[in-house]
Ligand binder design. Structure first.
Ligand SMILES: Cc1cc2nc3c(=O)[nH]c(=O)nc-3n(C[C@H](O)[C@H](O)[C@H](O)COP(=O)(O)OP(=O)(O)OC[C@H]3O[C@@H](n4cnc5c(N)ncnc54)[C@H](O)[C@@H]3O)c2cc1C
Length: 490
């Protein structure tokens, strides 16, 4: 008889897991607590502005392409991609702006202009980063992270020392570049994606390769079109999707999952993939059947949370690009206030996304749609007066750096922070991107895909392997689906 599988959560990992299972003939149902699927990648429209609520950087395009290919589809039949040029911009102190070109030779020229010899050193850095990227994509990222033996293949052992797993990212970058603008530029992807450069293995320079060499892309009609496309493929394969369905319990009988409780109704299933935030997923089980204790979670290093402002502006804002990073204060100090001494940053760095620069549909005529994000420590206090304090601070900095009035032109404003992450996603301490990419939380040291006591319960999503970000979440769904496929096709 066809096995019935339930997926808790309709984000990237849940959609991915569901579709891989449906392709193998399983009867799959997704239960999503929110009114729309997408998880951290959702959108809303107000007063003619369409705001995307989470991801804005489309990196590693081949992971998305491969996903569609796995279902004998072509990504381009669902949405087109525009390569952004500049890929992004950085604004430093005193209005100094650096546009990061999308093409390699222009980037090399820019590095050389800033620091003599840095052009060649960028080539060397990227050669090494490409090796790490290719090696991770081919050998590491697709492993379920169950045991160290997975990495005992010759190709992996041969390369493991070249991967710089045990040296730190911060020192590694500074071997190549001295100018603070360049070191900040190289530190940014690891910081925003979830850990302090000094605690991140130098392996993660692969993110610089992904971000600077493989391009920053914008999907036609925005990030949510990825979710809509994945939904189409899922539904075509027979996946059933139920929104507004909060799962309150995973039912256990004879040490196996027997079903779920959704909106007070017991529903039988042969297996479950729990793709919501890992810690919350485990609270749906009796404590003796959980993989990890509260103490375990309290000792993890979380990736940052964020304070976000969605702003509709009734004029265009020259001087910012689709992606602009405001690095006009100390990166080191801000990082310290996320990871070492978690508190609200005194002089925060922030990121501004203005998708209406690329996609005019996202704002009314002659208006700008912007999303301002300040990375902050997960778990700190969040209330309205704190949010308002940072709103004033950011608007003042924007006005000063861009030399124009902004505050009086804001015609729509909404904030989003720790309390919203908890409420919308049951996010532990209100984290935005799961666990930090530290050495102690890499590969087999991440929370496990499989429940150790219940064979028909598997976890997926950004808190397990391979980690945070849209591409890893898609891969995580595939890995989780493979565990269920193996279980029933033995
Ligand atoms: C502000 C922000 C910016 C980001 N920027 C980028 C970026 O630029 N590029 C990038 O690649 N990545 C980015 N990310 C990370 C990326 O969005 C995530 O890693 C990815 O979306 C995680 O997918 P997921 O499936 O693991 O989890 P989620 O998206 O959180 O999905 C889990 C789902 O489970 C649901 N759920 C939870 N509990 C229950 C329950 N009891 N019953 C039913 N449903 C439940 C939740 O509602 C949610 O929809 C960003 C994230 C945020 C928050």
């Amino acid at each position: 008889m066809t096995k019935k599988i339930a997926i808790i959560g309709g984000g990237f990992s849940g959609l991915s897991a569901a579709t891989y299972l449906a392709k193998e003939g399983f009867d799959v149902t997704i239960f999503e607590k929110n009114s729309t699927i997408g998880g951290r990648n959702r959108k809303f429209t107000e007063d003619g502005f369409t705001f995307e609520m989470g991801p804005s950087w489309y990196w590693m395009p081949e992971v998305f392409d491969n996903y569609f290919k796995d279902f004998k589809k072509e990504r381009k039949d669902y949405y087109g991609l525009t390569k952004l040029n500049p890929s992004f911009s950085i604004i430093y102190k005193d209005q100094e702006k650096l546009d990061i070109p999308s093409e390699e030779e222009d980037l090399i020229a820019l590095f050389e202009e800033i620091e003599i010899g840095a052009g060649q050193r960028l080539k060397d850095f990227m050669e090494d980063a490409k090796y790490k990227y290719d090696s991770s994509m081919n050998n590491l990222i697709l492993k379920p992270g169950k045991s160290i033996f997975e990495f005992f293949e010759w190709e992996v052992i041969k390369g493991v020392f070249k991967l710089n797993l045990f040296s730190n990212f911060k020192n590694f970058v500074r071997k190549y570049f001295k100018d603070e603008r360049l070191t900040n530029l190289m530190d940014f992807p690891v910081l925003f994606l979830g850990s302090a450069p000094e605690n991140t293995p130098a392996l993660y320079s692969l993110m610089n390769y992904a971000g600077l060499m493989l391009g920053t892309w914008y999907p036609e009609n925005g990030m949510y079109s990825i979710i809509e496309s994945m939904e189409k493929v899922a539904v075509e394969h027979g996946v059933k999707i139920h929104t507004n369905q909060e799962i309150s319990q995973i039912l256990i009988s004879n040490d196996e999952v027997s079903g779920l409780v959704s909106n007070n109704e017991n529903i039988e299933f042969d297996a479950v993939i729990a793709s919501g935030d890992y810690k919350h997923m485990e609270t749906l089980l009796p404590s003796k059947l959980r993989n990890y204790t509260d103490k375990y979670w309290s000792t993890r290093t979380l990736a940052p949370s964020s304070l976000i402002f969605f702003l509709g502006i009734n004029k265009k804002i020259p001087g910012i690009e689709h992606h602009t990073l405001f690095f006009d204060e100390s990166l080191e100090k801000h990082t310290e206030q996320i990871y070492v001494d978690p508190k609200w940053p005194e002089k925060p760095l922030f990121y501004v996304c203005a998708p209406s620069k690329t996609d005019l549909k996202l704002a009314p005529d002659n208006c700008e749609n912007i999303f301002v994000l300040i990375p902050i420590a997960a778990g700190i206090e969040d209330n309205n007066s704190i949010r308002e304090y940072y709103y004033s601070l950011i608007i003042e900095r924007l006005e000063k750096q861009l030399n124009m009035s902004i505050k009086e032109h804001v015609i729509y404003k909404k904030s989003y922070c720790i309390n919203d992450f908890k409420e919308d996603y049951h996010s532990y301490k209100g984290n935005a991107y799961g666990l930090a990419n530290t050495l102690k939380q890499t590969a087999i040291l991440k929370p496990k895909l499989n429940n150790k006591k219940i064979k028909n319960l598997v976890y997926a999503g950004q808190l397990t392997v391979p980690g945070p970000g849209m591409p890893p979440a898609i891969i995580s769904g595939k890995l989780a689906a493979n565990e269920i496929i193996k279980l029933f096709k033995k």
